[in-house]
Design a protein around this ligand. Structure first.
Ligand code: ADP
Length: 625
């Protein structure tokens, strides 16, 4: 029979599995049972909405069979099955669902990382088996097919016989080696332990033949062994169980079994609501962003159950975008089974549930922030941008929900602080909340525009993420204190008020400034004496809503709108340079032009803006030297 090749990525993963030294090989069973349960979910759901289908609850189960002589372990389910094409698509290729993604070759060596981070689904079978055979008959089809593979060299598919709809995953276990005893996966006690540990909450019975002991007929103290099929798992979904019966490990196992993530969840929220709409829910706040979180492919949503039956994988209506990282389940008895997506979107009750869920998440995050600061910072590293994005996106409509959860790096504290903390520390006379934008903390720290404010002892928030300034613009203020960029027009400092002396200075240098402006043309709006510089000769600031940082970011976006901040070139009139400038202005127009050009370019460099003509700038410096 013709052997088909695995696709490249699958082959690499397979190699990895076959040669695995991963210590928790037992998770292969969790993965297979989880797939089996998903497959049953699909058929069960169909049977409930389609009145013509004749199924009873007893028809849905998973069974584990062991053949100790041949060393074969089989996981059978009565789920929806797979067609020939599906076998090919689903098992010949790494999960389309993206449970696995290669970023680069090196990651392959980091086996534990991969298994730890992504889980590996069906392929994990190859950690314990030499040969894997899948026999499946899909619902609504007459023919059954057998898929078989002994590893990375490929797989075969052929027609075969299977009486009923469903799937068998047949594992020929590897030979024992010194470091690993594969026989244990045939032992009743061990299998029971693994199932209990990872799959206890699976809603369908996981059946296995077990050995029991009974009194021999007609004797009083002689016992005999007999075998009997037993359901190993408790089947009660975890969200229906009492909180105080559950351990942290139970919640974690459920999180993993559901493949919500392969990190350890930071927090678990387990709650129930009674009333017009009664429901139970378990929500998880992950600690790490999944690899695709900040991509278009990422889909938010909670699993939605109606009385224990999964009706939707990712119900997005239950989560606001800014909490899209939350995972979990919601189960309600008051939802109709065949409710469609369209109906759901307009469902008032669903919106109420969504509101409540949002509140719960927010409270949990606040609690984390207040009581476990380090953990919150860990969370914020992964998901802070999502919160900021939330503020920005709806034109600040969600500010109430989010402003307390934001954090920025503080010039004073040298670490992340909340707006509340900043606010509480503000000296009475400080009018605004100051921020400075730039590529990195180091770079902002050196911005000349921050000199005066720091001198006054004012705290500055450092914005290093692109989204920062945009979202703060939407927030506009915090507790009625406006935000001000250190490079913005008015800093609200008393020293900024124009004194007579200042007016005189401007008047005296009127021609100098307008000459500079003439030389620089459209590139700037105005030249002004600076009130914020101490040691540096020049800086660029901006008038109006659009800052220079924002201009930089917008310029990088794929649209060709001409967006420009109104730039002001500020000159430190107390700096020695200004005397030279004045001197040149009076005596040597060529030199004056040169100085103006150099000063402007210096200001660009400090701002991290590209020079328009680096060669000319270098030439000009050489000329001076
Ligand atoms: P994932 O479960 O993350 O999608 P897997 O590699 O475990 O990745 O499985 C790939 C796909 O194969 C599943 O999405 C499912 O469509 C299909 N599949 C796996 N096991 C079964 C099964 N027992 N019954 C039906 N379909 C299955």
């Amino acid at each position: 029979m013709e052997k088909k090749e695995f696709r490249a990525e699958s082959k690499r993963l397979l190699d990895l599995m076959i040669n695995s030294i991963y210590t928790h090989k037992e998770i292969f069973l969790r993965e297979l049972i989880s797939n089996a349960s998903d497959a049953i979910d699909k058929l069960y759901y169909k049977s409930l909405v389609d009145k013509d289908m004749d199924f009873s609850k007893e028809d849905f189960y998973i069974s584990i069979t062991r053949d100790t002589d041949d060393r074969v372990l089989t996981v059978t389910d009565t789920g929806i099955g797979m067609t020939r094409e599906e076998l090919e698509e689903n098992l010949g290729v790494i999960a389309k669902s993206g449970s696995f993604a290669f970023k680069n070759e090196n990651e392959l060596t980091e086996e534990v990382d991969i298994i730890g981070q992504f889980g590996v689904g069906f392929y994990s079978a190859f950690m314990v088996a030499d040969k894997v055979t899948v026999v499946s008959k899909a619902f609504g089809h007459d023919k059954a097919y057998k898929w078989e593979s002994s590893g990375a060299d490929g797989y075969t598919i052929e027609e075969c016989h299977r009486e009923d709809v469903g799937t068998d995953i047949i594992l020929k276990l590897k030979e024992n080696i010194e470091e690993e005893n594969y026989d244990r996966f045939l032992e009743e006690y061990e299998l029971r332990r693994i199932i209990k540990k990872y799959s206890d909450f699976i809603r369908y019975p996981i059946k296995m033949m077990v050995t029991k002991s009974r009194l021999k007929d007609g004797t009083e103290n002689e016992y005999e062994d007999y075998t009997q099929e037993e359901t190993i798992n408790s089947m009660v979904p975890i969200w229906r169980r009492n909180k105080n019966e559950l351990t942290e490990e139970d919640y974690e196992n459920f999180y993993q079994e559901k493949r919500y993530g392969f990190d350890k969840p930071l927090r678990t929220i387990h709650f129930s609501v009674d009333g017009m709409m009664s429901y139970r829910s378990i929500l998880y706040i992950p600690s790490k962003a999944p690899y695709d979180f900040y991509t278009k492919e990422y889909e938010k949503g909670l699993e939605l159950y109606s009385s224990g039956v999964l009706i939707m994988d990712k119900c997005s209506e239950l989560l606001p975008d800014y909490f899209s990282f939350v995972k979990g389940v919601v189960d309600s008895e008051d939802l109709s089974l065949n409710i469609s997506r369209e109906v759901l979107q307009h469902d008032r009750q669903l919106r109420l549930m969504g509101k409540k869920i949002e509140e719960k998440i927010k409270d949990e995050l606040k609690d984390l922030l207040e009581n476990e600061r380090e953990k919150y910072e860990e969370f914020y590293k992964s998901f802070g941008n999502q919160l900021k994005f939330g503020v920005y996106k709806d034109f600040g409509m969600n500010r109430q929900a989010l402003e307390d959860l934001l954090m920025f790096y503080s010039s004073k504290e040298g670490k992340l602080v909340t707006l509340e903390e900043y606010f509480n520390r503000m000296p009475e006379e400080q009018k605004y909340i100051y921020y400075a934008s730039g590529d990195s903390i180091d770079r902002i720290d050196k911005l000349p525009q921050t000199e005066l404010l720091k001198d006054k002892g004012y705290e500055i928030l450092y914005f290093t993420d692109e989204i920062d300034e945009f979202s703060i613009k939407m927030l506009m203020n915090f507790k009625e204190k406006e935000f001000r960029s250190v490079s913005g027009g008015d800093l609200g400092l008393d020293s900024e008020e124009k004194t007579d002396e200042d007016r005189e200075e401007i008047e005296d240098n009127k021609e100098l400034f307008s000459s500079m402006k003439e030389i620089l043309g459209d590139r700037i709006k105005e030249v002004r004496p600076s009130k914020r510089l101490k040691n540096h000769p020049v800086c660029l600031t901006s008038d109006g809503d659009l800052s220079i940082e924002m201009e930089k970011i917008l310029k990088n976006l794929p649209n060709d709108a001409e967006i420009k901040a109104d730039k002001i070139l500020e000159i430190n009139m107390g700096h020695e340079i200004s005397h030279k400038l004045k001197d040149a202005f009076e005596k040597d127009k060529e030199k004056f032009k040169l100085y103006t050009d150099i000063l402007y370019n210096q200001a660009l460099l400090i701002e991290g803006l590209p020079l328009e003509d680096p060669v000319a700038f270098a030439d000009n410096i050489s000329k001076l030297m």
